[in-house]
Design a protein around this ligand. Structure first.
Ligand code: 2HA
Ligand code: ZN
Length: 269
């Protein structure tokens, strides 16, 4: 079977990265059943031949207008598809879509007629917002990291920046590789416009957002960068929880150690 990736190594590389990250999400236990979703804006790898490709399915209304995405192309996990299957067979479990009609609808163009993720409107709303701000973010990731979700089940960690400061203080690398910290969104229905709007609001300040009692959403220049930010935060959460399991409250790095690190690595705040 022919594929849109044939003869397009740069585009194929982006899809390979999605498959690699999907495998990590499964291995980490963050992606039970069809949990989580990935969308990547691949417009920069699209040529005239792809632009002329006919749709292989009906035009589908998005239910909102996303003007910055008109003519953009996305590779995304398919709805009800498993991350572990996306890892092994990305083009059978993912969908390649084109945004049309001024940004209020999409059509599937390759390889198989796989319907995109149920969270497509919220993911696209994030892409639309970030593009509108002139930012170079191309990938959005939603996943269910066990320790971070566990920590979202108590109100003391949901106050602004409490979790960011705690997680940064567990190991120096966390602030270095997640320098904007972790935003918080109170519980909202999965897939709802309210969840999308609250997430977008947090993206002004943070690259990773914790959805109370559900999961995280992260954006990055590519899918690997979005994954890495969640991974370092999750590592810190594991260190905190391990210390608590040994029966003590971890000290965390001191304010002086945090200040020294922030200056040495020229980090914000
Ligand atoms: O798409 O994780 O929150 C599966 C989900 C929705
Ligand atoms: Zn979810």
């Amino acid at each position: 079977m022919t594929s849109i990736l044939d003869g397009r190594p740069a585009l194929a590389r982006e899809v390979e990265k999605v498959a690699e990250v999907a495998g990590y999400l499964w291995q980490k236990g963050w992606a039970e059943r069809n949990g989580g979703n990935i969308t990547v804006n691949v417009t920069e790898y699209v040529d005239d031949e792809i632009r002329r490709m006919p749709a292989i399915g009906d035009r589908v209304e998005l239910g909102c207008v996303l003007p910055n995405l008109e003519g953009c192309y996305f590779f995304c996990k398919g709805t009800n598809k498993r991350m572990r299957d996306l890892a092994r067979r990305p083009m059978e479990n993912g969908s390649f879509i084109r945004i049309v009609d001024g940004g209020d609808a999409y059509e599937i163009i390759a390889d198989a007629p796989v319907k995109p993720t149920s969270e497509l409107p919220s993911h696209l709303a994030m892409h639309n917002y970030l593009l509108g701000k002139g930012l170079d973010y191309k990938a959005a990731l939603h996943t269910h990291p066990i320790e971070l979700v566990a920590m979202s089940h108590t109100s003391k960690f949901l106050e602004k920046d409490v979790l960011t400061d705690l997680l940064w203080s567990m190991i120096p690398e966390t602030k270095a590789f997640c320098p904007r910290g972790l935003g918080i969104v109170p519980y909202r229905l999965p897939g709802s416009q309210e969840l999308a709007d609250a997430t977008i609001e947090q993206l002004d300040e943070y690259d990773v957002v914790l959805w109370e009692k559900h999961g995280v959403c992260a954006v990055g220049c590519d899918i690997m960068e979005a994954f890495d930010q969640v991974d370092v935060l999750s590592k810190s959460a594991q260190i905190y929880i391990n210390a608590k399991c040994m029966g003590y409250e971890p000290d965390g790095m001191s304010k002086e150690q945090m200040r020294e690190m922030t200056l040495a690595f020229d980090l914000p705040k």
